[in-house]
Design a protein around this ligand. Sequence first.
Ligand code: PMV
Length: 315
Amino acid sequence: MPAYYATAPGKIILFGEHAVVYGRPAIAVPVLQVRAKATVNFDPRSAPGIVTLQAPDIGFEAALSDLPEDHPLAAVVRKAASAMQLSHIPACTIRVTSNIPIAGGMGSGAAVSVAILRAFSTALGHPLTDEQVSQLAYEVEVIHHDTPSGIDNSVITYAKPVYFEKGKKIEILKVHQPFTLVIGDTGIQSPTGSVVSEVRHAWEQAQDQYESFFSAIGAMAASAREALELGSMDVLGSLMNENHAVLKEMSLSSPELEGLVETARSAGAWGAKLSGAGRGGNMIALVKPESSAQVAGALSQAGAKRTIITEIGAT
Ligand code: PMV
């Protein structure tokens, strides 16, 4: 029996994290160098009716029937089965691997969901549409943290730069010229759900102030979209610096993130900011392609646990 597989990329938020949860626009891009992969095997020797889930990277193996409703991997498979209107799932093994850092703001959870949804539905002869894949991956994100904006599942499903506003139809961004990002990982895991709850708590305490933070960030995302359409890299870099300053004021930065952001700017980046939930995880720097290796080297020297140089192609 053949094995079926699908992969899904990581992602980085360029502008608008947190504000996007409160209805402001945000921009995210796929990171194609890191991926989650799901492989489905129908092994005639496997026990009838048993669906086995394996995630060898984290030493996980279990039968679907033994997993609770809210287990993220089990939830993906069950949601896929119900979208395909399968009354029973044939015996198979679903194996998931990923080199996307976990809890680093690179969308590892959503990428695993998208890869499973595509591999599993194709294996069973009912490939789900992109819209279904994105919607089901969103429903699983809700299990990871209560109030996801939906940006992760969107950018990862479509694997294109997106301009995203909650509740609106997703827009694929026009990118006038390719651009290069260096991603620096602090190595500090920062689970999105808890940071998002802390921001909600702060918003409840000081709504006017937080609404004005979010509006400022939303305006930056809108300006960034124009800069991308025109190919104005210096404007884009300055907007990243401004977006970082607001996130810092919301106390979402950390000494490690500050160190890496400062290092990237001193090494010649057009701009740099934290990316994702903050407090840890990754930062990004917009650089000239010819200085990317130098900026990545400077980030490693300054303590980055891993760096990725990625080019976002014109669309
Ligand atoms: O990049 P991540 O996966 O850490 O997501 C953070 C993005 C937030 O805006 C903080 C949350 C969300 O759901 O959009």
